[in-house]
Write a protein that binds this ligand. Structure first.
Ligand SMILES: Cc1cc2nc3c(=O)[nH]c(=O)nc-3n(C[C@H](O)[C@H](O)[C@H](O)COP(=O)(O)OP(=O)(O)OC[C@H]3O[C@@H](n4cnc5c(N)ncnc54)[C@H](O)[C@@H]3O)c2cc1C
Length: 366
């Protein structure tokens, strides 16, 4: 008997479980495979700010980014590599956009050029670049092990949660609350109002003695060199006929074009996974709606019904978190905290990330 069962032990489920446990709950984490078996185990886990024209997605991403760096520094300092990030435009068109982004950048940065970082191919730096001194990346497994150290876990259970007489059951386990943190997989509770899509991706670790003191992000990311290992990522695979190895070799070639000292690097390990996302690219946090009841009672919802409205019928104590796209390690600490506050204190979730937004869009289309 638990207060909450969290289904899915990626970074979304882990962060939620961490905050629930911090608040005193008895939590069980369940995964059909194991720790970080999904996208979270594949991530380069770069913590990079979002550039843009100051819209809501940029605001929320960068709030999560600041929160994440602070969170990992306090909770898992041994997993955090705060090496800074050089964010380089891909081409002249991108460089023009960067001019606008500079005005709207809400994260402290310094504008830099090829004189600042001589290990980067000078032509790549011809338009200048953002330098985010506090950016970082984390080691996913170290984070996962530290945050789950005092939380009960069960592996090898393909959860199909059932609700009966006030409790959620997953096999022999029961809890008052259930959280679906199932990444790009089909949610194990009926949710016809939302489609969780995703993009397959690969990244690679290479062994090298190249002196790379900071992380670079251009059309791909190249991490700072930590103990002779550099992370290079990531692919975004959509109808690509090439093999995994061909794509990864291309990644390495692109990395060498950016940092010539990587010329003699050796491939150590390829990682791959399915990033989960929804079509508006915001994360999802919130209570799972009772679709049939919502169809019956709300029909076409009036404009006054907003996400998180009391008028929206929800399944009892059932929640979902995820759709973090390519920024799971950025979003998870803050989103996990928001999820825990919702479960424990019924704290409303910001409309832009509330799961309810998808129910309302679905009802309008019926
Ligand atoms: C190649 C690559 C590079 C990336 N690089 C970065 C990066 O640099 N920075 C960054 O922040 N993010 C990055 N990401 C994105 C990040 O990995 C994801 O956003 C994040 O891991 C998603 O976490 P999650 O917990 O939602 O999903 P997942 O990690 O996929 O976890 C979902 C878990 O749910 C389990 N599950 C599903 N259904 C069930 C069920 N019915 N019962 C039991 N268990 C179930 C799965 O086994 C899985 O373990 C990258 C992703 C990829 C693929």
């Amino acid at each position: 008997m638990y207060d909450t069962i969290v289904v899915g032990v990626g970074i979304a489920g882990i962060s939620t479980a961490y905050w629930l446990k911090e608040a005193g709950q008895r939590v069980l984490l369940i995964d059909k495979e194991g720790l970080l078996a999904g996208a979270s185990g594949a991530a380069g886990a770069f913590l990079s700010p979002r550039l843009g024209k100051g819209g809501a997605l940029q605001r929320i991403t960068n709030e999560a980014y600041r929160f994440a760096i602070d969170f990992y520094a306090k909770s898992v300092p041994e997993a955090l590599f705060q090496k800074g990030l050089v964010r380089i435009p891909k081409d002249e068109g991108d460089a023009k956009k960067f001019e606008t982004y500079r005005k709207h950048c809400d994260i402290a940065y310094r504008w830099c050029d090829s004189k600042d970082f001589s290990f980067i191919t000078p032509t790549a730096m011809q338009y200048g670049a953002f330098y985010f001194e506090h950016s970082a990346f984390v080691d996913p497994m170290t984070v996962a092990k530290a945050l789950t150290a005092s939380i009960e876990t069960e592996w090898g259970i393909d959860a199909k949660p059932l609700y009966q007489e006030g409790y959620w059951y997953v096999g022999e386990y029961r809890a008052k609350h259930i959280v679906l943190a199932t990444g790009a997989d089909k949610p194990p509770v009926d949710m016809p109002y939302i489609t969780i899509g995703g993009v397959w991706g690969e990244r690679v670790d290479v062994k090298t003695s190249a002196d790379i003191p900071v992380t670079l992000h251009q059309k791909l990311s190249v991490s700072a060199n930590i103990d002779g290992i550099v992370r290079i990522g990531a692919t975004h695979v959509r109808n690509d006929p090439r093999s995994e190895l061909e794509r990864v070799n291309q990644l390495i070639d692109d990395a060498i074009a950016l940092v010539p000292a990587l010329k003699d690097c050796q491939m150590v390990r390829i990682y791959a996974g399915h990033r989960s996302a929804v079509n508006d690219h915001f994360p999802i946090v919130g209570a799972v709606a009772d679709t049939e009841q919502a169809k019956a009672t709300l029909k076409v919802p009036s404009k006054s019904i907003k996400p998180e409205s009391d008028a929206i019928p929800h399944l009892p104590n059932c929640y979902m978190i995820g759709a973090f796209g390519g920024r799971g390690f950025v979003f998870a600490p803050l989103m996990g905290k928001i999820m825990a506050d919702k479960i424990i204190n019924n704290q409303p979730v910001d409309a832009s990330i509330s799961l309810d937004r998808y129910l309302l869009r679905y009802l309008k289309r019926q």
